[in-house]
Design a protein around this ligand. Structure first.
Ligand SMILES: *[C@@H]1O[C@H](CO)[C@@H](O)[C@H](O)[C@H]1NC(C)=O
Ligand SMILES: *[C@@H]1O[C@H](CO)[C@@H](O)[C@H](O)[C@H]1NC(C)=O
Ligand SMILES: *[C@@H]1O[C@H](CO)[C@@H](O)[C@H](O)[C@H]1NC(C)=O
Length: 366
C-alpha cells in the first residue's frame, strides 16, 4: 500500500478521534486482556496492555477500570488502577470473568473523562474427575492460633486406591505446598495438620484437596478462608470461686496459656445448680452450684470463631429455703418466749394480789 495514502488516512482518523477542537474525545480499549493461573490454588493474575494509540498523550493521565466476578456472583467487583495487572483470589471450581476499559483524563480531553469500550476475558480450569469423587465436609480449626487441623470425608464414589492430597498457599509462599503431616482413616488421607502459620493470618489461605487413583483423576476441591476466623482457644485457666460474707459469688479466671492473644478473647460464664448430680455424705445443709466459663475470639480480632471447651468449678451454697425456715423458727421462738414471760408475769402479779387480800373464801377456792 502506498505509504502516503496510509499517512493521509491516519491523519484523517486522528482528526476524527480528537475532534475539530484538538481535544481527545475517544480512546481505545486495552489490548490482550488475559487471566493467568500461576498455580496458587485460586490466586489469579489479570493482565492487559495499554491501547496502541496512547504513545503521544503526555498531558493526560491514563487509568483502567477493571471489573471481575465468578459465575453465579450477582455483582462485579470494581477496581481502578494505573497498573497493567491485578492479582486477586477466585474459586477455581467456577468460571471467572473479567473486563477492563481505558479511562483518559487531562488537558488532552479538556479535563473531561473519556472512556473506551470494554475488553473481556474468561478463565476456567479444565474439569477433571467425577464430581462424586470430590471430598466432602472439609472442616478446619485453628487451635490457639498455633496449629491448623483440617479434616474431610472421602468422596461418595472414591475409586478404590484413591489417594487424596492436601495443598495450600498463602501470600509469601512462592508455590503451592503439599501437606507433610496427614491424618489417616483406614490408610486413606482424611486430614492434615499444619503449624507455624503466623504469616498466613489475616490473608487468603487457599486450599486444594485433589488426588488420583490408578485409573483416574479425582475431582479437586478449592477453598479459601482466613485463619483468624477458625480459631478455637483453649479453655480459660485458674478458675476460682469465692463467696463473700454478704454471700456474693466472685468468679475469677486467667486467659489460657499458649498462642491466643489475651486481648482477642471474649468470655461467657454461666452458673448452674447441680444438686441432683452429687450426693453428699455430710449433712445436707448446703447444695452445690457450678460456674462454667469459656472463651471465643472477639470482634476486635476476627469476624467469627469457635467456643473453647468449658472450664467448670463447683462450690457449696446454703439453701435459701433453709435460711427462711431458720428465720421462721427464730421468730416463733421469740414470740413464744414473750408469751411465756407474759404468763409468768401475770401469775406473779396474781399471786401478790392474792397474798394481799387473802380471805377464807379465796383460800377455799384455791
Ligand atoms: C473546555 O471545557 C470548558 C469548561 O468545561 C469549556 O468552557 C470550553 O469551551 C472547552 N473547550 C473546548 C475547546 O471544548
Ligand atoms: C494437585 O494440585 C497440586 C497443586 O496445584 C498439583 O501440583 C498436583 O499435581 C495436583 N495433583 C493431582 C493429582 O491433580
Ligand atoms: C442428703 O441428700 C441425699 C440425696 O438427696 C439423701 O440420700 C441423704 O439421705 C441426705 N442426707 C441427710 C443426712 O439428710
Amino acid at each position: 500500500m502506498d505509504i502516503q495514502w496510509i499517512c493521509a488516512v491516519t491523519t484523517i482518523l486522528a482528526w476524527f478521534c480528537t475532534g475539530s477542537s484538538g481535544h481527545q474525545t475517544s480512546v481505545e480499549p486495552p489490548r490482550n486482556l488475559q487471566i493467568i493461573d500461576p498455580g496458587l490454588l485460586g490466586h489469579l493474575c489479570i493482565e492487559w496492555q495499554p491501547p496502541p494509540s496512547l504513545l503521544t498523550l503526555d498531558q493526560c493521565t491514563i487509568k483502567y477500570k477493571l471489573k471481575y466476578r465468578s459465575t453465579g456472583d450477582a455483582d462485579w467487583k470494581v477496581v481502578f488502577t494505573k497498573k497493567l495487572k491485578y492479582g486477586v483470589g477466585f474459586d477455581l471450581s467456577k468460571r471467572t470473568e473479567a473486563k477492563v476499559q481505558t479511562l483518559l483524563e487531562g488537558r488532552c480531553t479538556n479535563e473531561s473523562e473519556v472512556k473506551s469500550d470494554w475488553t473481556h476475558a474468561t478463565f476456567q480450569l479444565p474439569s477433571q474427575g467425577d464430581l462424586e469423587s470430590q471430598i466432602r465436609d472439609l472442616h478446619c480449626v485453628y487451635y490457639d492460633w498455633e496449629h491448623l487441623t483440617c479434616t474431610w470425608q472421602l468422596g461418595r464414589l472414591a475409586p478404590p486406591g484413591a489417594r487424596y492430597e492436601f495443598y495450600y498457599w498463602y501470600e509469601g509462599l512462592d508455590h503451592a505446598v503439599q501437606c507433610d503431616d496427614y491424618r489417616q482413616t483406614h490408610g486413606r488421607n482424611t486430614g492434615c495438620n499444619l503449624q507455624n502459620l503466623r504469616q498466613a493470618e489475616y490473608t487468603d489461605f487457599n486450599v486444594c484437596v485433589n488426588g488420583s487413583s490408578e485409573s483416574t483423576w479425582l475431582r479437586p476441591s478449592y477453598f479459601t478462608f482466613h485463619l483468624q476466623n477458625l480459631v478455637k482457644p483453649s479453655p480459660p485457666e485458674k478458675l476460682s470461686v469465692s463467696i463473700s460474707a454478704s454471700e456474693e459469688v466472685h468468679v475469677e479466671w486467667s486467659p489460657p496459656a499458649g498462642g491466643t492473644p489475651p486481648h482477642c478473647l471474649d468470655y461467657e460464664s454461666v452458673s448452674t445448680q447441680v444438686e441432683t448430680a452429687f450426693t453428699f455424705s455430710q449433712s445436707n445443709r448446703s447444695h452445690v452450684a457450678c460456674v462454667r466459663v469459656r472463651g471465643k475470639t472477639n470482634v476486635f480480632c476476627a469476624d467469627k470463631g469457635f467456643w473453647s471447651e468449658w472450664t467448670r468449678e463447683c462450690f457449696y451454697v446454703s439453701r435459701k429455703d433453709e435460711k427462711q425456715l431458720f428465720l421462721l423458727i427464730a421468730v416463733v421462738l421469740s414470740f413464744l418466749t414473750i408469751v411465756i414471760i407474759f404468763i409468768l408475769a401475770a401469775q406473779r402479779k396474781k399471786r401478790t394480789n392474792g397474798e394481799k387480800n387473802r380471805s377464807p373464801t379465796s383460800l377455799y377456792l384455791e
